[in-house]
Design a binder for this molecule. Structure first.
Ligand code: HAM
Length: 408
């Protein structure tokens, strides 16, 4: 029997992987166009990074990390998220100035797997570190909005502000009091969090405290936090990014302050409909032992985004070459070279099968065009159901790849 996959992990191969490739390529170019440079951080880190960064009482840390001892007895964890590692990298490289970085890679959380919730999943994200300006919040939200639109996911943007450490402190004291009176409405695993980490209860889908009695953080914002949130909203209005304020949007990780946001799919019919989440984390640098540094960013799960994306990404090939005898697959490689150089994705049969079999393979491949290579010429063939497209396409490539009819 072939060895099974660990629960909650997936193999992303053809044809599904073509959608991944497109989404990741789009991410790379779009994040670069907003001025975010690539950052690559380790996949495993000292456990302490996440305890101090994400929060010691946070479930992602207490229940969901893959933690192990290395050969010298040091506690390491597979990263459950990217922000703490990126902030640590910022602090290591001096901890000053503006650092705008983008990342893409696997994250690990020991969760109950279901559609859109995996134990190994792939996040893309950005962190804009070193600016306390609300313009940074607006920029990262606008980038998130542009990415989701380009990838074809319909979403609603929810935003909130958690205030700063001072105004949130007063809010948390009142929240604890209200939740303390509502213990019967909380799920078994969260009753203990009332004192330790009450925001996590707001984030839980099974705790049902009466929304009427819950305090709204907006009544606790100090003037500076209120103005800050107003300016974030003004910025989004000016850019035409639609949103709704959600008083219960507190996010699942403990490092947030002021702006928080989530993009929720309007088409995914699952509980895992949040495709992207982020916010500001002005206290994170200090939790990690560094000098104060402001930061804001987001991450999105590609697995979930592609579940929600429409239309489904197209064929991985632009053109399929069909060889007529005596043309060999090696000849086709020569024919393919200028087309590939011109940026087209070209495929063909490697097994010298019959023309009929090659046409079947061309159809199966979903390539937009078919090129029949006949001796020294590449020709259009009557009878292929995409022939008109092929002729138009051939002329286009011939110009683009600077090849005339016949081999040059
Ligand atoms: P997060 O909300 O924990 O935030 O995750 C962000 C996104 O990652 C989610 O909206 C979801 O699309 C995806 N995701 C999370 N867990 C899973 C899972 N088990 N399976 C599949 N997809 C998942 C963060 O991770 C923060 N670091 C985001 C951030 C960056 N905040 C500021 N900067």
């Amino acid at each position: 029997m072939v060895i099974r996959l660990p629960k909650g992990t997936d193999v992303i191969g053809p044809p599904q992987s073509s959608g991944w490739r497109q989404a990741l390529a789009l991410w790379e170019s779009l994040s670069a166009s907003y001025g975010y440079e690539l950052v690559i951080t380790p996949i495993f880190e000292f456990t302490e990074l996440f305890e101090r960064g994400v929060g010691e009482t946070n479930e992602v840390v207490t229940k969901q990390m893959y933690t192990f001892l290395d050969r010298r007895g040091r506690s390491l964890s597979l990263r459950p998220e990217g922000t703490a590692g990126v902030m640590r990298a910022y602090l290591h490289q001096g901890g000053t100035g503006l650092w705008k970085v983008a990342y893409s890679g696997p994250m690990f959380r020991y969760e109950q797997p279901q559609g859109g919730r995996r134990r190994q999943f792939w996040q893309i994200g950005v962190e804009c570190i070193g600016s306390a300006s609300e313009a940074a919040d607006v920029e990262v939200i606008a980038l998130a909005d542009a990415f989701l639109a380009k990838v074809g996911v319909e979403t609603e943007l929810l935003i909130n502000s958690l205030g700063d450490a001072r105004c949130r402190g007063v809010y948390l004291a009142d929240l604890k009091e209200v939740l303390g009176r509502s213990r019967d409405d909380l799920c078994g695993s969260h009753v203990d969090l009332v004192e330790l980490n009450p925001l996590r209860i707001l984030d839980c889908s099974t705790c049902r405290p009466d929304p009427e009695v819950l305090p709204d953080i907006s009544s606790y914002w100090c003037p500076a936090c209120r103005d800050n949130f107003g300016r974030v909203r003004d910025g989004l209005d000016r850019l035409g990014v639609g949103y709704r304020r959600s008083a219960r949007l507190v996010r699942g990780l403990d490092y947030y302050s002021r702006t928080t946001f989530e993009f929720v799919s309007t088409t995914l019919e699952t509980t895992q409909s949040t495709v992207l989440g982020g916010g500001r984390y002005d206290g994170l640098a200090e939790s990690l032992g560094g000098k104060p540094a402001s930061g804001v960013g987001f991450a999105a799960g590609i697995d979930r985004i592609l579940m929600a994306a429409s239309p489904a990404p197209g064929s991985p090939l632009d053109v399929f070459l069909v060889a007529e005898k005596p043309v060999t697959p090696t000849d086709l490689m020569e024919w393919a070279a200028p087309l590939r150089e011109a940026g087209l994705r070209v495929g063909f049969d490697l097994d010298s099968r019959s023309v009929k079999a090659q046409f079947r393979a061309a159809t199966r491949s979903g390539a937009r065009y078919v090129g029949v290579v006949n001796g020294t010429r590449m020709e259009m063939r009557e009878g292929y159901d995409r022939a008109p497209l092929f002729k138009e396409g051939l002329e286009h490539w011939a110009r683009k790849a600077a090849i005339k009819e016949g081999k040059s």
